[in-house]
Design a protein around this ligand. Sequence first.
Ligand code: ADP
Ligand code: MG
Length: 748
Amino acid sequence: MSLIKLEKVSKYYKSEDTVSVGMKNVDLELDLGEFVVVTGESGSGKSTLLNVISGLDGYESGELYLFGEETSHYLISDWEKYRGAYVGFVFQNYNIIDSYTVLQNVLLALEIQEYDKAKRKQRALELIEKVGLLRHKNHRASKLSGGEKQRLVIARALAKDCPIIAADEPTGNLDSESGKQILQLLHSVSKDKLVILVTHDYEQAEQYATRKIKMHDGEIVEDKVLKHTEDIELKQFEPRKMKLSTLMKIAIRNLLSTPKRLIFMLLMQIIAAVVFVSVYSSLIAGIRETGLSQSSRFPTVPETRLLVEKRDGSEFTNDDLNALAKMRHVDHVYKYAQNFYNTAHLMIYIDGSKDDFYHRPYYVRSTDTAARLSKNDVEGRIPTAKNEIVFSSYYSDIQIGDKVTIGLTDYDVYYYAYEKEYLIEIGTFTVVGIDKLNRSTVYFSEEYLNQIPQNVANIDFKAFQGNISQMLYNMEITDQYDNTYKFGGPDWVDSDLYIPHFTDGILQTNLDITIKTTTEYGKEIELHFENIRYMGPKLEDLINPYAYIGLELYELIIDEFRERTLDNYILEDQHLVSISVGGFYAGSKILKNIDSDKYRVYYPSYIFEPMRELLVFLQTLLAILVLSLIGMLLGFIIQIVTKNIMRSRQKDFAIYRSIGANKYILARLVVFEQILLSIIAFMFTLIALIILKTYVYNISKTILYIQFIDYIIILAILILLGMRIGLKFNRKVFNQSVIETLSESRED
Ligand code: ADP
Ligand code: MG
C-alpha cells in the first residue's frame, strides 16, 4: 500500500467564463523515503499536483488515496486533520508570521498540536538550531533574509514531525547560495519522510532526488525513479486537542505581537465605547429623572435623604441600623434623621468682605453631609472640621476661603428676609471646597451634623423641626367670634399685625385668635394670641376666606412653634433614622424596597407623577431607537475597519491552517482575541471616563446615573460586536481553500 496514490486525478480551475486545466488524469504513487522532484515549465501543473496531494486544494475527478483510503468523500475537517498531522509546507513566499519572532513561529506549530508543554520550548530551540537560526531566535521573522525565512519555514514544518514535506519552489526567491543551503537542509531532514519538491530548476535539486517527475500541460510526461528506497513504516499520528490555555496564550501573543494594530483597534473601540456610554448615560439619566422630581411640598429637602421609622414605634437597635446599611442603594444610615430637615431651610449670608453682597442672601435648595461627596467632585477639599463647609458651584460668587454666615429661615419668607434679623444664625463657616457638580446643595461636615442633637437645646433651629411653611399652610385661625379662616400665605403687609376679613370691614382691635396646626408628623399645636389688631378690610379680603398675617405676628408664631416643638425633639429623633442615597432614582428604589411591615419610609423630597409613566415609556422607546442607530453607526465603522485589519491577517490565517489549525480552533482564537481586546478597551474606557469625569463636569453629571449593570451591558455589546466581525471573517476564510487565501493575500 502506498502512502499516497492518485488515480486519474484531474483538477480544473473555473473562473467566470473560462475553465483552465490544472492537471488531468494524473496517476501516481508516492511513498515514505522518497525525495521526489517535480519539474516542468511554468504553468505545467506542478503546484496543482502538490496542492492536491498535500490537501491544500481539492480535485474534480479521479481518486486520491491517502494511506489506502479514498478521499473523495473527505470533508474540510478531514483535510484539516490530514494537513495538520501529516504535511509540512514550504512555499516560495516564506509563509511565516511576520509579526512573530523566530521562536514564536516554531512554537506555534508545536502549540497547535498541543505538544508536551514542558518540552515545547526546548524542542523549538532544537529545531531552530538545526536550521541554523539560533542566534536569531528572538528576532522578528520579518527582519530575516529570504534564506533565513525559508529555513525558519523548514524548522516549523519539522516541528510537526510530519511524514510528508511539500515544498513548492522553496528556492524560487533565493539567490543560488541560499537556495543550495535550503535544498541541503531539506535533504538532511528527508530521511523517513516523503519530500515532494516542486522546482523549475531541476539541476539544482538533482543530486538529492530519488525520483524525477516532469509535467507538461497538466500531465505527467516523465516519471523516473533514480534511487530505490527501502520500505518505511508510517508512524500513526494522533494530534492532540488544543487546550484553552494554549489558545489564550496565542491570542495574547497575537495582540501583543502587533502593537500598532492593537493600539489602533483599542483606540477605535475606546472612542466608540466612550461615545456610546455618553449617549447611553444621558438617555438613561433622562429616563431615570423623568417621573422623579423634587416635591413642591418639601422643596428644600435633599433628594438624597429618606426617613425611616419602625412601624411598631420602637427604637432602632444596632442590628436594625446595620441591616439597613447593608441594603442595596443605601449609601449610609444616619442615626440623627432630623438634622437634614432642620438644615433644609437655609439662608446664606456672605460675610462683610464683599461690599456688593454684604447682605446678599442665597437660597440654598438643599443641604447634606459632605461625607457623601466624591473627592473628584470637589475642588478644594471635603470639610472635616465643624466649621467647614462645601458650597455648590451654583453659587458662583462664593469661593474657597470665603466665610459665610448661615442662618435658617422659612422657605416662604426667604424672599422677604433680606435682613439678617429675620434669620436664625446657626454659625459662620469657612468654605473649604466647591462642589463642581453644581447640585445647588450645601454640604456640612459629618461632625457638624452629628453634633446637632447634642447642641439641640441651645440652637434655635430645632424649632424648625417639621416644616414650618407646611405648618403655616395647615394653620387654622379662629377668632373669639368663632369665625374660622385659613392661612393666606406670605402676603403680609409690612410690620402690621394684619388679619383681614374678620368682621367684614369693621376695624377691630383687641382680637383674640387661636391658631391650630399640625406638624408633619401629626402632632397638633395650638397657639393662642390676645389683643391682636385687625387692620382690614381690603376689597379682595372680603371675598377671600383667608387670613393674612403680618411679619410680627408671623415671628410670634414661629417663636411659639419653637418653644412647643422643642420638648419633643430628642425623643422623636431616636425613633427616626435617615438614609442617604445617590439621588431620586436610588431613593425611589428604596422607597419600594424598604417600606414593609417593619419599616415606614418617608421620602419627602420625592414625588412620583403617574402621568410620567407614559413619558418614561416613550422616552425609553426613543432611547432604544437612538441607541440602536448610534450602535449601528459605530458598529458599521468598527466593522469596516476591523474587516480591513482582518484582511491583512489573511495570510496569517492561511498559515495557521497550513500547519494544522482547523476552523474551530481559529474561530475560538478570533473570539478570544476580540474578547480580550474588548475587555482591555473597556477598562481603558472606564479609565477614560473617570478622567473625563474629573475634568468635564457635564460628563460626571450623567455618569452618575450609569449603574454597574449598564457597564456590563456595554461590555457585552462590545464583545458581541467583535465576535460577530471575527466569526464572519473566519467563515469567509474557511470558504476558501488555504491556497486561495494565500494567493489572495499575496495579491493584497
Ligand atoms: P505551475 O506550478 O507548474 O507553474 P500551476 O499548477 O500553478 O502550474 O498551474 C497549472 C495551470 O492551472 C496553469 O495553466 C495555471 O494558469 C492554471 N491555474 C493555476 N492556479 C489557478 C487558479 N487559481 N485559477 C485559475 N487557473 C489556475
Ligand atoms: Mg507553481
